[in-house]
Structures are given as C-alpha cells and as structure tokens.
Design a protein around this ligand. Structure first.
Ligand SMILES: [Zn+2]
Ligand SMILES: [Zn+2]
Length: 346
C-alpha cells in the first residue's frame, strides 16, 4: 500500500522512499490542473521508489502517462532523481530554476578525475590533514572512482521563472526563489484560499528550504571549474528564510517529514539556530583556526571522530559557508600570509 495523503483542494502527497537513508522518504506532491496532474518533485532514482510513486498515483486513479508536467524544487537526487523516467514514460515537461539546471548540466559533463582534483585542492586549502586527503589522491591516481551521482539526471526542458504565475491552467501557483540549500532552490506558493479556510496566505510547497524538524544543509555552491567563487550561501539562505516568513502561508507542504502550520514560527527557530551557530563560531575564532580545525570543533549530530570520510567533506563545506557569512558580516577575517589560510575573530 502506497502512503498517500490528501491535502484538499486538488493536492495530494505520496511518500516515495529513499533507500538506505535516515531521511526515509520524499513527499512527492500531485497537483490537479485543467491540463492534467502535475508533480512537484519525483523522488530517488531507484526501482523501489519508482514502484511507490506509481502505486501512489494508481491510488489516485492515475497512471504515469497522465502526468502533464513536473516541477522540481531543486536538483538533489531525492527530488530530481526519477525525473528522467517520469518524462520518458509520460512525455511530461520538466521545469527547474536556471541556477540548478546549470548544476545538472555541469554534473553530467563532469569527469570524476576533475571533481577529485577540485576536492583535493579545496581540502588542502582548508587545512585537511594528509590522512584525510590521501584516499582521494589514490582514487584519482588509480582512476578507480565510481561514477559520480547525478550522471543520469534529466536536463530540464523548461525554466521555472520566479515571480510569475506558472503556466498551470486553473491554478495560481508562483515560484519563489529561495537560494541557500542549493543555488536554484525554489518554493512554490499556491496562491489560493486554504481548503479548510485556515487563516494565512495560501499554501507553500517548501521543498527542502523549510522543514518541520530538520535544519537543511547549507554548503558551498561547488564548481570544479571555478574554485575562486566566494558566494555566501548561508547569507542567501537566511534572506530566503525571511522572505518565506513574510509570506506567512497558512500551511507548509514540505518535501520531507509532514505538512505543518506556523511557518513564521519555524522560520524564527531556524534564524535563531544559525545566529547561535555563528556566535559559537565567532567564539571559537578567539584563536586563529583553519576551516578544517573549525569543522572539527563545530557541533554536529555526532562526535567528529565518528563522522565518516565523505560526511567530513560536507561538514567542511558547511563550516566554510558559516565562515564566509562571518567574514561578510565583518566579524572574522583571514590572516594574511597564512597557508593553509587561518581565520580569526575581529
Ligand atoms: Zn536537498
Ligand atoms: Zn531533500
């Protein structure tokens, strides 16, 4: 039995499992339009996930061939993974924000060796110890790396343009650009009366931007062809959160966990969480530290010693996102001439 929830007003969600992942599932939303049903996100590219998606649609008396279009909140594989198969079997259009479509194209074109070279350089610059970098060097030298995830991902054929009403006959759905979790993440605002007349401003499909019990990962917008980018993803994310807080939707339909109300309250919690984290980071920088040393000292969901190799890379990326925010705020700076570069509070 597929897990399907009816949210009223021609909106449903289907739990599509993410195999071997503590997140459990992606909530794929189905929205009725005058041209046929449209999906918001698709789920992980795996036969089990595909079966759950099609079983969920069957419960709504829909076949995959009925799908008219697919809106993707962001390029991550638990959202975009099944897009190719959905498009292939239904002929549906596939839309994404241009900034994330860029990432999809880049990933498809990437050579594992180029990516490993980039990662090695980044980690060395962050002050990672040799024993952490060595396995990457070995993998690169042997050419023995698995293919990168995302190589099969479908390139979208339509662009989600924020601000305008999306061309969905019979519905008032508008994209709000919410960069931070990824550069092209969008939330989708259903600018229609809440079906249960809940007070507030319509409903929001929030993707991974706003989740009831998870703080989304904020890393760097990595580009192996350009290691000099100094974007500020955490700053982007915080600004995107405030945008959603001001919107004050009556209900949030996120892509994981469950639907919830009080979007403004959840936004405040997340803003406070990052403020606290930045304050703790600034306190750590009473002494000069490399990005790696900062990552080792920041609080994660388990002790640093227990964090596996790949997750440490993600942690370093998240530490650097916080560090860049502090530097932008004028609360920390790089020590000139330090190599690897060390940062200190100012
Ligand atoms: Zn994501
Ligand atoms: Zn996700």
């Amino acid at each position: 039995m597929a897990q399907v929830t009816e949210h009223g007003g021609g909106v449903w969600s289907i739990e599509v499992p993410i195999p071997d992942n503590p997140l459990g599932h992606t909530l794929v939303h189905v929205i009725e339009t005058d041209s046929g049903p449209v999906l918001i996100d698709t789920g992980w590219d795996d036969p089990t996930s595909w079966d759950a998606l099609t079983a969920g649609l069957a419960e709504l008396s829909l076949g995959i061939t009925d799908i008219h279009g697919v809106l993707i909140t962001h390029h991550h594989p638990d959202h975009h993974g099944l897009s190719g198969q959905v498009r292939e079997e239904s002929g549906a259009w596939l839309a994404m924000h241009a900034a994330d479509t860029e990432v999809v194209k880049r990933t498809r074109g990437a050579e594992p060796a180029v990516w490993l070279e980039y990662l090695t350089r980044k980690l060395a610059a962050a002050g990672a110890p040799d024993e952490h970098i060595e396995p990457l060097r070995r993998a690169r030298a042997s050419g023995g790396m698995r293919t990168l995830p995302g190589l099969r991902a479908a390139v979208p054929d339509r662009e989600i343009v924020p601000g305008d009403l999306l061309p969905l006959p019979g519905r008032r759905l508008r994209a709000i650009w919410t960069p931070g979790h990824t550069p092209g993440h969008v939330c989708l605002h259903l600018d229609e009366e809440h079906p249960a007349n809940r007070p507030g401003n319509g409903r929001l499909f929030s993707g991974d931007h706003l989740l009831p019990g998870i703080t989304p990962h904020i890393g760097l917008y990595e580009d192996p062809d350009d290691a000099t980018v100094t974007d500020d993803p955490l700053g982007d994310y915080l600004a995107s959160l405030e945008r959603i807080g001001r919107l004050a939707p009556a209900e949030v339909l996120p892509a994981h966990q469950h639907a919830f109300t009080d979007a403004a309250g959840r936004v405040r919690e997340l803003l406070t969480h990052h403020e606290d984290r930045l304050r703790d980071l600034r306190a750590l920088l009473a002494q000069p530290l490399t990005t790696w040393q900062i990552a080792e000292r920041m609080e994660w969901n388990r002790p640093w010693e227990q964090i596996p190799h790949g997750s440490r890379n993600i942690a370093v990326s998240e530490a650097e996102a916080h560090l860049r925010r502090l530097v932008k705020l004028g609360q920390a700076e790089a020590l000139t001439g330090s190599d690897p570069v060390t940062y200190v509070a100012v």
